[in-house]
Design a protein around this ligand. Structure first.
Ligand code: AMP
Ligand code: MG
Length: 422
């Protein structure tokens, strides 16, 4: 981590402290603020799955390494063929994948060739088997062929020395295969991002303990466990911290010593922020944001020691909204992912009416399904910011822009699918 101070832009000045930030503004500020961790390590190819490349992977040789056939058929010289009539060619051998034909293909000759076999010297074109007729030792080729057809040229996928995969790329199944095709055995990847998290609240009971009157089970740590594990972070669960300044201070200090990023839930709403503010002022530099969204209005962001702090709201669905819309992209940038992709918003028809006042951007839980051949979204029941069940029934957020004043059934709305997001 570089500078321990926030840029002036991230810090709301007293004059605009009460101004609500738009979702777009908040995301941009977060992305502008954090920079990738520098640590990296070499891992065997398979273990690179889900990791982020720390350096460009350069092709050490051409891919494919040699000119070869894209089809089963006959390798020939194009100048052997008559332009307007059939051509009879003498078959002089066979080229298999991994077992090349060592001779030369002369004018008037053909070599039977299999997909992936090296194109024999002299040949420049492959005629697919289905187009030909065999008569004894000859093959009859119809007119209408094109020079170079059905061949794959050396280096057409990747030329030797080219950047096969750039630093900052996340390794998925296609990248594993591509890396293997280059003969690369070990991959230079970013080290895992260390993320510590804890819940705050005197009302929270941990699993395994009975609920005292007024208590609820701490669910946020389980949700965050899921989100951060999916992210591929090295996670550190610091449990439940009661609403006491000393306890919060001790846990934050511990988290900051061990992690690149800290995620807290609860305690950032207006009524609760004050004692937390005092503690954070003492340990670092953290701003309390009011976001122009629903749910997930309050959020804290800044630094505690060398760790970035994301103070998410307490309500379980608000946690998922502020994590997916804000913290996630900042964590991805910290991890080294580059570029951070924009998340697609898809337009589908709304299957039901949705009430909304203009003003804030709203994230509703919805389920996109195929109805009579058309993709449609319906909101999934109770949209209270504490209601996880409707989150569990959903497969997307319905994202209603600030100015939207409600939706009629049958109108088009934008959705952000969960797949790939959580
Ligand atoms: P807070 O942001 O701390 O005011 O919390 C807002 C609401 O979320 C309250 O109803 C809390 O009880 C609830 N809440 C806070 N933290 C958790 C948690 N870890 N698990 C479940 N609910 C929580
Ligand atoms: Mg609380």
């Amino acid at each position: 981590m570089t500078d321990s101070r926030l840029s002036p832009d991230t810090c709301a000045t007293p004059a605009d402290e009460n101004r609500a930030l738009s979702a777009a503004e908040a995301r941009l500020r977060l992305l502008a603020e954090v920079s990738p961790i520098t640590g990296h390590e070499f891992v065997p190819v398979r273990d690179a799955l889900g990791r982020i490349l720390a350096a460009d992977i350069i092709a050490p040789h051409d891919v494919p390494a040699h000119d070869n056939s894209a089809m089963d058929g006959y390798a020939i010289r194009f100048d052997s063929l008559a332009a307007a009539s059939e051509t009879r060619l003498n078959v002089v051998g066979t080229a298999f994948a991994g077992n090349a034909f060592s001779g030369l293909v002369g004018k008037g000759q053909a070599v039977r060739i299999m997909t992936g076999a090296v194109l024999p010297a002299g040949a420049d074109t492959v005629i697919v088997q289905e187009a030909t007729r065999v008569e004894g030792n000859d093959v009859i080729v119809p007119p209408g062929q094109k020079c170079g057809q059905n061949t794959r040229r050396a280096g057409e996928d990747l030329a030797r020395g080219a950047v096969a995969l750039p630093a900052g790329k996340k390794v998925g199944p296609a990248e594993l295969g591509l890396i293997a095709s280059l003969g690369v055995v070990e991959v230079d990847v970013k080290r895992g991002l260390r993320v510590a998290f804890f819940s705050t609240g005197d009302e929270l009971a941990s699993l395994g303990n009975p609920l005292a009157p007024g208590q609820i089970y701490d669910s946020n740590r389980y949700t965050l466990h899921g989100l951060l594990t999916r992210l591929g972070a090295d996670i550190l669960d610091l449990g439940v911290v009661p609403d006491r300044p000393e306890a919060l201070e001790a846990t934050l200090a511990e988290a900051a010593r061990m992690a690149d990023a800290i995620i807290t839930t609860g305690g950032v709403s207006v009524g609760e922020a004050d004692f937390i503010k005092d503690v954070l002022d003492k340990l670092g530099e953290v701003r309390f944001w009011k976001l122009n969204i629903k749910p997930g209005r309050p959020m804290a962001f800044g630094k505690v020691g060398n760790a970035w702090l994301f103070g998410l709201p307490g309500n379980p669905v608000a946690v998922m909204v502020s994590y997916t819309q804000f913290a996630l992209d900042a964590l991805l940038r910290l991890s080294g992912l580059d570029p951070i992709p924009e998340r697609p918003l898809l337009t589908v028809v709304s299957g039901n009416a949705i009430k909304k006042q203009p003003g804030r951007r709203e994230y509703l839980r919805g389920e996109v399904t195929l109805v009579d051949g058309r993709w449609q979204v319906r909101t999934t029941g109770n949209q209270g910011s504490g209601v996880l069940r409707s989150m569990s029934e959903a497969n997307c957020f319905v994202v209603l822009p600030e100015e939207c004043a409600g939706v009629q059934a049958g109108e088009m709305v934008q959705v952000q699918m969960f797949e790939g997001l959580i």
